[in-house]
Every structure is written in C-alpha cells, then in structure tokens.
Design a protein around this ligand. Sequence first.
Ligand SMILES: [Zn+2]
Length: 464
Amino acid sequence: MKKKLLATCLFFASNLGNSCFSQQLNSSTLQEVHPVCATQAPGEDWENWFQTKINEFKNSQLTKSNQASSLLYIPVVVHVIYKNGEASGSGSNLKAAQVQAQIDALNDAMAGNAPGNSSLPAVFANVDAGETNIRFCLASKDKNGNTLSEAGIDRINWGNKGWSDPSTLGNNTTSYFDNTIKPNSIWDPTKYFNIWVADFLDANGAGLIGYATFPAGSGLSGMSGLGTGSSSTDGVVMASRCFGCKAKFSNGYYSQNAYAYGITTVHEVGHWLGLRHISGDGQCGNDYCSDTPPQKGGNNGCSNGLNWGCPGYPFQANQCSGNSNGEMFQNFMDYSDDQCRSLYTANQKTRMQTALNNGTYRTPLLNSTVCNTIDLDKIEQNTSILVYPNPTQHEITIQFDHALPNNNIHLKLTDMLGRTVKNEQVNVQGTLLHFTLNDLPVGMYYLNINDGFKNIKNLVVVKQ
Ligand SMILES: [Zn+2]
C-alpha cells in the first residue's frame, strides 16, 4: 500500500498540464475554472517520523482522561496583500468582516459543524472526527506587542514593498512567495500562524488557489524536510477570491463561487496540520488514514485521484480495493466544491493533534498569548509561593513559604480565554500541595491560588 509520496499536487500542477489545466484553458470565466492546490506533500522520511509521533501521541492520550473537554487555540495573522489604489476593505484589500468570516468558517469545520456535516451518509458519519478541539483566533497584538487596529490583519501594499504584482507571477507564484514575499513579511511563526492572502492567478489564468507548508519537526532535514515550513516560510497562502465565506459575509471579494465558502482554507490548514490529500495524490493511493477509503477520483476530469465538482453518493464504489461504500468526496482533503465538503475523519484529527503537539512551528503556538487582551506583565509576580516544575507534564507542586493561616486553599485554573478548567478547594497538610494536571491538553493556563490572605496568579504551562 505504501507508495512514493513525492508525487504531489505541485507536481500535479506542473506535470499534468493536459488534464486538470486543460479545464482552465477551456474556461472563459473564473466561475468555470477548477482549482489546484500547490501544497508539496513531504516524502516517506517525513511520514516515518510523523508515524512515530502519532504513536507517541496516541500513547500519551491514554493517560489523559479529559482530553475532549478543552480546546487548543491557534493565533492567526492574515497578511492581506493588495495593490495600490485599493482602499482598506475594497477589492483584494479584503474587508475585516471577510477575514472574520473565514476564521468562523474554519472554526465551524474544526468543531464538526461545517454545513452539510449533519447530512453525511451514515458510513461516513461513523468516522467523522466531529469536534477536533482545535480553534483559530485572530491575534489582538502585532509582532511588536502593540494592539492591532484590526484583529489579526496586517495590510500590505505590494507596490510599496517593491514586490511584483502577484497576479503576474504565473507558475513562479509559489517560489516568489517562498523566496520574497514570505521572508519579508512573516511574523514569528512560533507566536503566529501566518496566512498570506493575495490576488494571484496561475499561468493559465486561475487554477492555483492556495498552498500550505507541512509541519517541520526536529531532526528532520534535507529531503525529509521537503514541503515543510521554515522560520521564513511556514504558513498558508490563499487566493483572495477564495478566502472568506459567502454564507457568513456576502459583501466580499468572491469571484469563484464553487470556492467561496471557506473550505479551501480548511483544506490548506489540513495540510498545515499534517494531512495529505485524501487520494494520497494518486489513484487508489495512500493518505495514511485508514478511515478514508482509497479513491480513484477523476470527477469532472480531475487527476491524481481527486475530484472536482460535487458527485452524487455513492460515487465510484469498488473502483479501488477497500472502498465498497464509494469515495469520500465530502472530505475536506479532496478537491470537491466547497459546499460539497464537510468532514475530517477521526484519523485525520489524530494527525492534526499530533502535528500540534510536535511541529517545530506548531507546538509553541499553543502557548502564544497574542490573542489575549490581558497584559501578562501586569500579572502579580509572586514570591511567597513556588510553583514547580513549570512547564510540567503531569502535576505541579505548590510550595508555601509561610505557615498557612488555615489549611483551606482555593485553586482555580483557567485557560487563555478565561474559561475555568479546574476549580478546587483543597486541604493542605504542611506547606506542600500537589496539583494534578495530566488530564489537561497541552497549553498555557492561569493558576489562581487563594491561600486565605490574598489571591495570587501564576502562569502554568502543560506540555506533552
Ligand atoms: Zn491540497
């Protein structure tokens, strides 16, 4: 079942000019054009590394009984790249509401609430991930720590930067982004998930609508790092015409109706979190998720095992070994129309969670505070109580340096959005208190300790 995985949709874009791209050449309007994602999937070395991390992640979850109850938040900055003369909110200088609509659509997908999810065929609903526990928030602070006037938005006039017009880059679009635009505009990828949105077209007029970097990991280098992001390139690039969600904000810049509902970004974020195309980039290929059936694809002339348009269910059953229920064209990692796709599977959720817990530019994001409006510097620095180890995997010890006035201690743990995740009244014998945290997801929390004298706040980091 294992196949060479270097065949990717980037290759797809450049090698298959007579199949997928012919659709574009025959088209007279953008609405009829089929999309191409240019994400370069990494090779087998990367997959071997990732499979090791998946197994480690699964084992670690066995000790975390409360995993499903808390959400992981990823701060986002959207670099809105526009041309001279486009005022804020006009044309490809997207309105803030269009950006917000995209984040909302993305979060709906992550919550298992994408439109259409509730009406999936039963055989696919059975493997639906549902709630992935992953959410995205627009950053409230810029790279210098200043409050952003528009949450999560960095507007860039490409002319002022001396950059080429993105709409003229053709087949050089991805290389120009990776070598020029990204390195000169990226915000610290350990604090922000960077998304660039620009009005680009491919050499044939339209097909490229987005691409992502896969998660980089420590110990990976050379060929095994192919397709993964670096400190100057990590993130997702999206065509402005396919960013946002028409159903949530209709007065936006949309020109490709089939991809105007935010699912292309959901697809690219899937790559960014370690997901391959559902086809494994080949007919009956392997995407390393056993709950996504192998598929032959080819709907509307698409290639590499993927589907365009919106087939009817069941579609192409038994065309590959092991797909007696037909193809899962409803999966976000196919190429079907936005309104046709509505699920990640449970195996895909595991891959995404694994990426968040291991990626060089993924795990630190869980501790990033740039979405918060709370000023961490103003949190009272406490000297009379020690909290260790911090970060921690399993528990923290709270050590009081004074005789307690009474032994009734109130401990309250809240996540970065202020939601209470633990709230306990405990009796302390002596000056040491052990507080178990191994039922919490990786992330940063505020620990409120009330010892009867005063209320003291500490930051606590739970690591894998
Ligand atoms: Zn893709």
